[in-house]
Design a protein around this ligand. Structure first.
Ligand code: F0G
Length: 356
């Protein structure tokens, strides 16, 4: 019996193309091999042939697991005693889980009051030291960089080169599933790590001869933290899409190069637009993602409006995180439950749509 790709995890699935790890050092929870979902109704709404790469189905519910399997395997191989990261939530949830699996201590530093509930719960229950600061993600990142430079503690933010090595595998899966590269590859951008990783993955596939053309890369940002769109840092980033509430993207050079060299671009969307697409994707297609993930759809809609993406284009949008990460936003965007007495007639009035 051969193991499924999910059972293998990413490092074993793509062993021939990733950094080498001894079997004993591979830290995997069965990440990667997420579904590529054709989305015809949502695609009609956008005027494109749309696929969703549903990264919310990774073990901790976000794409971060792709980079944590490689980062924690490398940390284990190097004999690291502890890892540290700054996070808007998903990185901390993933680092906490993979560190637990590796038996390595984990410290996460987060912007106080700005991390979605599910993500906080994940890091706490996994036993990480969760530190909140009165500051932004950008402040937290500055602080953890100093700690990792001055002490023997491994940084697992995407400055760690193993992170992007793992994350680039998503591009290979898309090529495997579609049989070719999409015309446009659209994803939400915070630090710019993931768009850099996808671009690298596609370029390596081109070199291998798996594809003969590269996709155009579209980076979507929230208007209140759109450093790449503006071309300058945002001092006080603000958005409902807390995962991408980042004002100083650490991978700005590479992310900018990916958009430029692919003849792609960046698009911004405001919070209302992000929340509208957060609703559309689950009501049209049944796919529940977190608000930051819906920023890719809102950014795509604006890129269509501005004529950057042509009608009928084949587009893959990455839904980077699971909707269960941020139940508060889902609830505040929905109609409340209807409360009735436990009586037949009361339920029937609702079923038949007759007023009480
Ligand atoms: N989408 C989600 C759900 C994220 O959590 C992140 C980043 C991004 C998109 C943007 O990816 O930074 O590589 O451009 N989250 C980080 C974190 C910052 O701490 O969880 P990027």
């Amino acid at each position: 019996m051969s193991a499924s790709n999910r059972t293998l995890g990413l490092i074993r699935r793509y062993r021939d193309r990733l950094p080498a790890f001894d079997d004993a050092n591979i830290v995997s929870i069965g990440e990667g091999s997420t579904p590529l979902i054709h989305a015809p109704r949502l695609g009609d709404r956008l005027g494109v042939n749309l696929y969703l790469k549903y990264e919310g189905l990774n073990p901790t519910g976000s794409f971060k697991d792709r980079g944590m399997t490689t980062a924690l395997s490398a940390a284990k191989q190097d004999g690291a005693q502890a890892v540290i990261c700054a996070s808007t939530g998903n990185t901390s949830a993933s680092a906490a889980a993979y560190a637990a699996r590796a038996g390595i201590r984990c410290v996460v530093v987060i912007p106080g009051g700005k991390v979605a509930l599910g993500k906080l719960a994940q890091a706490q229950i996994a036993g990480a030291s969760v530190v909140q600061i009165d500051g932004s993600f950008d402040d937290a990142l500055r602080m953890v960089r100093v700690m990792s430079e001055e002490h023997p503690i491994t940084l697992v933010n995407n400055l760690n080169p193993y992170r992007l090595e793992g994350q680039k595998t998503a591009a290979w899966e898309i090529i495997d599933d579609l049989g070719h590269q999409p015309e446009w590859m659209c994803l939400p951008v915070g630090n710019g790590g993931n768009i850099t990783a996808y671009w690298r993955g596609y370029n390596e596939s081109l070199q291998r001869g798996d594809i003969s053309v590269l996709p155009r890369m579209l980076g979507a940002q929230a208007e209140g933290s759109a450093a790449m769109v503006r071309g300058e840092d945002v001092l006080q980033p603000e958005t409902i899409a807390t995962a991408i509430r980042i004002g100083a993207p650490v991978r700005r050079e590479e992310a900018g190069a990916a958009a430029r060299d692919s003849n792609g671009g960046f698009a911004a969307a405001n919070d209302r637009e992000i929340l509208d697409w957060f609703g559309h994707v689950v009501r049209d297609e049944g796919v529940f993602c977190e608000p930051s993930s819906a920023a890719s759809l809102a950014g795509l809609a604006n890129a269509r409006r501005d004529g950057l993406v042509a009608e009928g284009a084949e587009v893959v949008c990455v839904l980077t995180g699971n909707g269960l990460k941020d139940p508060d936003t889902a609830i505040s965007e929905s109609a409340p439950p209807i409360t009735i007495p436990a009586e037949r007639d009361a339920l029937e009035r609702i079923v038949l749509g007759t007023p009480a």
